[in-house]
Design a protein around this ligand. Structure first.
Ligand SMILES: *Cc1c(COP(=O)(O)O)cnc(C)c1O
Length: 365
């Protein structure tokens, strides 16, 4: 069986470093925050070229704390793409605000920047571009619209770690960038983990307070916060993996190019990389009008594949109260019926890649 991702392969490739990181954390006596977390926060901030990183319990919490820090809540609207992982919409709803969806560009799968202005109302407070699949959203037009209408920008960079827009790292453009280190992400922990990044010292302080019960001083809550801290153990593991992430992303790019070279001649729609973009291929997405048959065929050949995502968030149960319906965002809806992720991870061997390519070729005929 060729899996979609193989997390143990990566562990075994750097087992010594990870084992040392885990054991030294156990000996350190620091388990919540502490030096390992601070060090990892500094590493990530330096990598992205931002001033502050605040380690959190997950990428979902990163979105929630970012919204809270920007005082977004009941009565407010937040613009998000109509095709994304549910957490982007869920975070907006969990602070009491309304997600206002904008359809995607069907080739890049990113928010269609030409449709954002139409979604702006007097209640709009922020835009959350999502660097879906590891390809950057078109940030300059987004930042221009945000400036014009006085909106905040929160980047959902959960899938874009290491990606670049015009040579600058995604996550570093907005007022706040949100990262996830969920195990399958390009830089993944051995459990849940996330981070917010910002250049604004006041926002950094607010999010630091929010992650620990709204404390400025221990036990003195200034507001209702959360328990959302990055584990020291996860931080130590992530720090050990961090020096490899660029080479892992390069491997993802190489494998993706190899896939595309073979699949384009079949007439298969493959991922695009805009000239202003560096794609880090969190997922390698093809599309087919016979997607479900293709997935079943691959499975029969011992090849895993998956759909990201079968339901656009506007059609989810929690969004029913907003009155969205089928047909509102045709590109997102079509993508949910046609997209398929093929196996992709840095350790995927050439012969495994060839097996995947051969199976897709055989299906296409
Ligand atoms: C993974 C992901 C999240 C949430 O991250 P968690 O760490 O799993 O909470 C948010 N948005 C997108 C686009 C994601 O892919």
């Amino acid at each position: 069986m060729i899996p979609l991702v193989d997390l143990t392969a990566q562990y075994h490739s750097i087992k010594k470093e990870i084992d040392t990181a885990v054991l030294s954390t156990l000996e350190s006596g620091y388990f919540i925050l502490g030096p390992a977390v601070t060090k990892f926060e500094e590493s990530i901030a330096a990598y992205l070229g931002v001033d502050f990183g605040i380690g959190l319990a997950s990428g979902t919490d990163a979105l929630v704390l970012a919204l809270r820090a920007l005082n977004i809540g009941a009565g407010d609207e937040v613009i998000i793409p109509a095709y994304t992982f549910f957490a982007t919409a869920g975070a907006v709803m969990s602070v009491g605000a309304k997600p206002v969806f904008v359809d995607i560009d069907p080739r890049s799968y990113q928010i269609d920047v030409n449709k954002i202005k139409d979604a702006v109302t007097s209640k709009t407070k922020a835009i959350i571009p999502v660097h879906l699949y590891g390809h950057p959203a078109d940030m300059n037009p987004i930042l221009t619209i945000a400036r014009e209408y006085g909106l905040k920008v929160i980047e959902d960079n959960a899938q874009g770690f290491g990606a670049e827009y015009l040579g600058k790292k995604t996550g570093s453009f907005g007022d706040i960038g949100c990262l996830s280190f969920f195990p399958t992400k390009n830089l993944g922990a051995f459990g849940d983990a996330g981070m917010v990044v910002t250049n604004d010292p006041a926002l950094a302080e607010r999010m630091r307070m929010l992650r620990t019960h709204g404390w400025k001083e221990k036990y003195y809550s200034e507001e209702v916060g959360y328990n959302s801290r990055l584990d020291a153990l996860q931080a130590a593991i992530l720090q050990a993996k961090f020096p490899y992430v660029d080479s892992w992303n390069e491997k993802r790019r190489e494998i993706s190019m190899r896939y595309s070279e073979q699949l384009v001649p079949l007439g298969m729609a493959v991922p695009v990389e805009h000239e202003w973009a560096k794609h880090v291929y969190h997922l390698y997405i093809i599309r087919s009008t016979k997607r479900n048959e293709l997935q079943a065929f691959l499975k029969q050949k011992g090849i895993a594949s998956d759909v990201y995502y079968p339901l656009p968030p506007h059609l989810s149960v929690p969004c029913r109260k907003f009155g969205y319906s089928e047909g509102d965002f045709p590109h997102a809806e079509l993508a949910s019926r046609e997209t398929l992720a093929l196996p992709l991870y840095p350790e995927l061997t050439i012969s495994q890649q060839d097996e995947v390519i051969a199976a897709v070729k055989e299906f296409v005929g």
